[in-house]
Design a protein around this ligand. Structure first.
Ligand SMILES: Cc1ncc(COP(=O)(O)O)c(CNc2cccc(C(=O)O)c2)c1O
Length: 458
């Protein structure tokens, strides 16, 4: 079969054969999917030749930007030499060894070993098994419960989806036992009247302590959290939150898991979000930015104090065919070379991060915007009918979806989560491209505001 050329023909074939993730495929097929055909830097090109500013780095992952020949070459070379081999049954290969050593250098000092996976979901499934194995070996088998947060996202497998706190996912899936969800540090949407950010941050953090005490510390294995809840809407905690969580994790016999699938590899202005917020996790979850999405790869960094116990336990009966896939590891190594050579993490911290924050903050003045948080190169716009009262729209999500569609019409990719618009652009974005992004975001807000007014929603 030769692939058709026109957008209409491509859409028809897609509609005939492709079930899309996280989509109402029937509705999508009536509308037609947007076909992305190539990309370069921060720019996408669709099948109609439209140039689109990718404000989302694909799905939070293309940190070094598109069109990096170095990564392509590294993968091609590796595939010619060894396209695949596994790391089961006493075998390994050079890309896995080299990447494991590189990750030990780049991650905080407590981490010197990595378990490779093919995705963030597989990484979090691995974490659940590692954590329970750890306490079984320590002869504390009662410690099984993992505490997570409402509206967290940890992946889409049954177990990782259970770790996440998104009820629309739980409603469509089995969920595993022994996962408990506590409040999220979403100040704009959940603080009490008159409560300051710091008071809210402490109160929300202390939900961890009270939940441990209510369930019994002898039953709690771990606490898992994203430094910033990404898919939940870029929920940046108040400054008081993470120091209080860190205190609780230090004082209690539980493991702290930092899910850095989004916040890792420079996104927040440090190599990892735990460094931005000053926490010291026992387990660090990676995917996305590890290869900038060029190849699927995930991993779990495990702190020495946890590894020391695991090594006493003999066989760890878990792993994936593509754990540490050689071509994916080669992509990761080339990706990390680019990040180091171009000092992209420092660039986020000292240059484009502050610049984007300054430009993005001007959008908070828009009548439709309740808050415009930005940390590193990940930010959001909370859309609201009432900035002062911090009220939500009656039909949550409708305005967000409308805004996302206007954004796409303006050739800017922004993600909508409920009525929050999100951006997480590639770390290579220029000042000029930031100006263009913010201008298109403002145009999107104006169009959304006008339509919401016409519909009587504001
Ligand atoms: C914090 C976190 N943890 C785990 C995963 C799962 O990774 P995999 O998808 O590679 O299994 C993620 C993934 N995050 C993710 C994935 C797909 C879509 C969106 C969205 O915001 O629309 C977000 C994530 O953001």
């Amino acid at each position: 079969m030769t692939l058709p050329k026109t957008t209409a023909e491509l859409r028809a074939l897609d509609a005939a054969h492709h079930l899309h993730p996280f989509s109402d495929t029937k509705a999508l097929n009536e509308e037609g999917s947007r076909i992305i055909v190539k990309a370069d830097g921060v720019w996408l090109t669709d099948s109609d030749g439209n140039r689109i500013l990718d404000g989302m780095s694909g799905l939070w992952c293309v940190n070094v930007g598109y069109g990096r020949e170095e990564i392509v070459e590294a993968v091609a070379t590796q595939m010619r030499e060894l396209p695949y081999y596994n790391t089961f049954f006493k075998t390994t290969h050079k890309p896995a060894i080299e990447l494991a050593a590189r990750l030990a250098e780049l991650t905080p000092p407590q981490f010197n070993r990595v378990f490779f996976t093919g995705s963030g979901s597989e990484s979090n499934d691995t974490v659940i098994k590692l954590v329970r194995r750890y306490f079984d070996i320590k002869e504390q088998p009662k410690k099984k419960i993992i505490i997570s947060r409402r509206n967290a996202y940890h992946g889409s497998t049954v177990a990782a989806g259970s770790l996440g706190g998104m009820s629309p996912m739980h409603d469509q899936s089995a969920v595993i036992a022994d996962v408990v969800h506590i409040a999220q540090p979403y100040f704009w949407g959940e603080a009490r009247q008159g409560e300051t950010p710091d008071e809210f941050g402490l109160r929300t953090a202390r939900a961890l302590e009270s939940t441990i005490d209510a369930l019994g510390e002898d039953r709690i294995a771990a606490f898992i959290a994203e430094p910033i809840q990404g898919a939940g809407g870029v929920i940046v905690p108040p400054a008081s939150y993470w120091p209080e969580i860190a205190r609780i994790c230090r004082e209690r016999d539980i493991l702290f898991i930092s899910d850095e699938v989004i916040c890792g590899f420079g996104r927040t202005g440090s190599w990892f979000g735990c460094e931005t917020f000053g926490t010291e996790p026992d387990i660090l979850v990676m995917a996305k930015g590890i290869t900038s999405g060029y190849m699927p790869l995930g991993g779990v960094m495990v702190a020495d104090r946890v590894v020391d116990v695991l090594l006493q336990g003999g066989d760890f009966n878990h792993g994936y065919t593509y754990s540490g896939h050689p071509a994916a590891c080669a992509a990761a190594l080339a990706n990390l070379d680019i990040m180091l050579r171009e000092k992209l993490v420092e660039r986020v911290a000292n240059d484009v991060g502050p610049y984007l924050k300054a430009q993005w903050s001007t959008l908070a003045e828009h009548p439709l915007v309740g808050e415009a948080p930005m940390m590193g190169l990940v930010g959001a716009l909370e859309l609201t009918p009432d900035k002062i009262g911090r009220t939500k729209f009656a039909d949550v999500g409708k305005v967000g979806t409308m805004a996302r569609d206007f954004s796409f019409q303006n050739n800017l990719v922004m993600r909508a989560v409920r009525d929050r618009l999100i951006i997480a652009p590639p770390l290579v974005i220029s000042h000029g491209e930031i100006d263009e992004l913010v201008a298109r975001a403002r145009k999107t807000l104006d169009a959304t505001h006008a339509e919401a007014k016409r519909l009587g929603w504001v």
